[in-house]
Design a protein around this ligand. Structure first.
Ligand SMILES: Cc1cc2nc3c(=O)[nH]c(=O)nc-3n(C[C@H](O)[C@H](O)[C@H](O)COP(=O)(O)O)c2cc1C
Length: 168
């Protein structure tokens, strides 16, 4: 079963987060996962994917304008009925990552996707809306690597749910 992770990234943080999610997915037996930047999406792979996770950096507490523009044209990918998830990176602990995730999930619902985060149902680490990584640009106590486990575990849970729903 194929799963896709799609991201916007200007300085590499969200790309790294996407790769951690894809690695977590790939660890689930029978899953083939790939991460794509919005300007290099393998559309055939996405169309064949049972689930798609979408991520963006926080820009003024929202997704990037480029991600928003990409989402507006993503109807051609046949996303309806696929499992959907969302993630974000930011440089401030309170920098708006959850609003980025919420707005991506809103777009996914509009496409007719089935949105999943695991929420509190999977125990620790608890990931309510989707994983958020805070980089070390301005907060000395933060660095993206502190959040690797969240992204990997999210990828594992998302893949396990996709297998449960759609079979291998
Ligand atoms: C134009 C601009 C706006 C930003 N706005 C926010 C923000 O509102 N909150 C925040 O925490 N970080 C903000 N950031 C920082 C990025 O979200 C953060 O560094 C992110 O990890 C960058 O991801 P990337 O390396 O994948 O491009 C902003 C960065 C830029 C360039």
């Amino acid at each position: 079963m194929k799963l896709a992770v799609i991201y916007d990234s200007k300085t590499g943080n969200t790309r790294q987060a996407a790769e951690w999610i894809a690695a977590g997915m790939t660890g689930v037996e029978g899953v083939e996962a790939s991460a794509f930047a919005i300007d290099a999406v393998d559309e055939a792979f996405v169309k064949e994917s049972r689930g798609v996770v979408i991520g963006s950096p926080a820009y003024a507490a929202l997704m990037t304008p480029d991600m928003r523009a990409w989402l507006m044209g993503a109807g051609r990918l046949g996303l309806a009925g696929k499992l959907g998830g969302a993630f974000a990176t930011e440089q401030y602990t309170h920098g708006g990552g959850e609003m980025v995730i919420q707005s991506i999930l809103t777009n996914e619902l509009v496409f007719g996707m089935l949105c999943y985060s695991g929420g509190g149902s999977c125990g620790r680490p608890v990931i309510h809306m989707g994983p958020i990584g805070v980089n070390g640009n301005v907060e000395a106590h933060n660095r993206l690597e502190n959040y690797e486990e969240y992204f990997r575990v999210f990828g594992e849970r998302f893949a396990a749910k996709a297998k449960e729903l759609f079979g291998a």
